[in-house]
Design a protein around this ligand. Sequence first.
Ligand code: ATP
Ligand code: ZN
Length: 483
Amino acid sequence: SVPAGSKHITLLHTNDMHARAVANGGDMGFAKLAGIFDSYRTENPNTLVLDAGDAVHGTTFATLMNGSSVVDVMNLMGYDAMTPGNHEFNYGTDRLLALTESMNFPVLSANVKDKEDNLLFDPYVIKEIDGVKIGIFGLTTPETAYKTHPKNVENVVFTDPAEEAQAIVDKLEEETDIIIALGHLGLDESSVDTSAKVAEEVEGIDIFIDGHSHTVLEEGLKADNGTLIVSTGEYTQHVGVVDIWVNEGKIVDREAKLLNAEAAEAIKPNEAVEAKVAAILEEQKEILAEEVGEAAVHLEGAREKVRAGETNLGNLLADALLFVTKADVAMTNGGGIRDSINEGVITKGEVITVLPFGNQIVTLKVKGADIKAALENGVTDYPNPRGAFPQVGGMSFKIDPSAEAGKRVHSILIGGKPLDEKAEYTLATNDFMAAGGDEYLMFGQYPQAGMFGSLDEALITYIQELGTADPKVEGRITEAPAP
Ligand code: ATP
Ligand code: ZN
């Protein structure tokens, strides 16, 4: 039990919603989330609603409007603050700053700067609730520098989260009672700057609301120095609830839990949000429903598959690149393929869902040796999935998983002939890779030889040409010991 006169404050939080606007399986959708927020606010007016990033990108609901649809809905949902995640940058930094302008709540990040060292967002906000001063500051994963198209973050510098956090906490400690970090850092082993690292290195963060790794923490995670880290997984599947009780400026008790669709079954969706989402979907319907052709088979775009091996959808897309460019070879990163397409009618909406980044196709005149180096880059983690994994057309190659990274690729054939390291080939790829994304740095050095419209348009054109797409996994990429 807490001392009499303690103030009860509720923090509701979301992360990695990835524009899952409507209820679908475990995804609750925005209207339901808003209903949950309403019910908590009714019960306890001392409630704050916070989002830890990756909200405005990920489905056609968002991408068709470059994120503004999600912003409109989040305004209605009554968020109090958010921090930008890496995916917030997918429409470019200028677009993100414009979206930020239209948000009714602050967008916070203490470690995103321009090259002149100016912060691009407010680093923190102080909210006074029932006499309790709460400092909330934002942090964005430095991985954004290479997890979005380089042109999206051309003039942006992501500085050290722990260092920036320390400086802010030192300042907020004098002005506030409670300090909350709102971070899109994650808890993945593959990440350097995790929330756990910041919590460990920075003294004085009470609650760390995290996102990025899509981690589900049912009751939060307590760091050694007392910081409570919370995170809700992904795709509107949970709302995080942190109840805190404050007495004389100190937290005397706290409790974290998650609500999922089942737990929130009795809560009604917010009607205004439901109506707004429906109106936006109605506007988009016609564009998305347009039929572009048929799939004779399931077109495989699942994350673990396209990032770890040849798939029929990877082949179809690579062939579409060859079809529109007439290049010798095509390479496109598995991480750029974001969904599968079911057998049957293929709609434009499905194609945009597979390819939501609006990438352009470019051709480069590349040395054979760099094609080899690029393939090596793509398979460094093989058989583990990696965004860089190449889906290819016009060529085949073999991987020796027992060889060390950098020496795994062999038996490369281009147009049926062994790759000549000294020869020059015309390569079709996407502008993300051509700019050195996913560590395809060898491509970054070549000037663009040609530009051919967007990837999604190319796939649509190619499917229209085929009428019925029936791509196979045909052994373009196989595993074999090096000769
Ligand atoms: P989360 O979705 O929670 O942020 P994440 O973004 O860190 O996770 P991924 O979903 O793996 O992780 O996304 C990163 C990968 O997406 C990159 O490695 C790359 O393969 C792909 N990617 C990102 N932006 C682009 C782009 N503009 N074009 C093509 N591929 C891209
Ligand atoms: Zn995410």
